[in-house]
Write a protein that binds this ligand. Structure first.
Ligand code: PRP
Ligand code: URA
Length: 209
């Protein structure tokens, strides 16, 4: 699967260990998700296009690079995707943020859409869809269907923990989407939770149960 990238950066792996730990409380969980999102954003923006401009340094004239090309958009899948937005905005403060609200029906595990609001120039932006968890893959596939229906063309998906089942479902449904994962876990359990995973990402981020 050439468009699937798993990060092995030691800082990401270190922070992810504490994100997984059941003894990590809400405040620290939130801070760590934020930090990992920043580190992942740094890695996935390596291929951004540059353009040379002329500036004046205190010593004299210089030609130097700035970011060019498509503008960025961040699309968190509500709720848990919200936890990754600030970390990405740290590096890309001018990015627009759109939202796709989905929840997973606890019986069927199928995603149910309840909210969509996107930047109006979504077709012209490079979009990063974010959600900490890729489990059955249903939510990611549905969120990407939803934004493609509204014109999105250039899409990357970024998550913290993925199950192999979800990666397969996502890459089959959207072979054009690059998928970035901090850790590929073993499997899903009978309730559709990732093993060993980190539990319910939304509940851990927002302190709900
Ligand atoms: C979680 C998670 C993903 C989804 C992943 O959201 O944040 O969106 O489950 O599961 P899937 O790959 O099987 O679709 P949840 O439905 O619990 O909603 P929440 O973020 O509002 O808690
Ligand atoms: N959603 C979560 O929050 N955690 C999982 O393990 C699976 C889906």
């Amino acid at each position: 699967m050439s468009n699937v990238h798993v990060f092995d950066h030691p800082l990401i792996q270190h922070k992810l260990t504490y994100i997984r730990d059941v003894n990590t409380g809400t405040k620290e969980f939130r801070e760590l998700v934020d930090e990992v999102a920043t580190l992942m954003a740094y890695e996935i923006t390596r291929d951004l296009q540059l353009q040379e401009i002329e500036i004046e340094t205190p010593i004299g004239p210089a030609k130097s690079n700035v970011i060019a090309g498509k503008k960025l958009g961040i699309i968190p899948i509500l709720r848990a995707g919200l936890g990754m937005v600030e970390g990405i905005l740290e590096l890309i403060p001018a990015a627009r943020v759109g939202h796709v609200g989905l929840y997973r029906d606890p019986e069927t595990l199928k995603p149910v859409e309840y909210y969509v609001k996107l930047p109006n120039d979504v077709a012209e932006r490079r979009l990063i869809v974010v959600d900490p968890m890729l489990a059955t893959g249903g939510s990611a596939v549905e969120a990407i269907n939803s934004i493609k229906k509204r014109g999105a063309k250039n899409i990357t998906f970024m998550c913290l923990v993925a199950a192999p089942e979800g990666v397969e479902v996502l890459t089959e449904a959207h072979p054009d989407v690059d998928v970035y994962i901090a850790a590929m876990d073993e499997k899903l359990n009978e309730d559709g939770y990732i093993v060993p995973g980190l539990g319910d990402a939304g509940d851990r981020l927002f302190g709900t149960k």
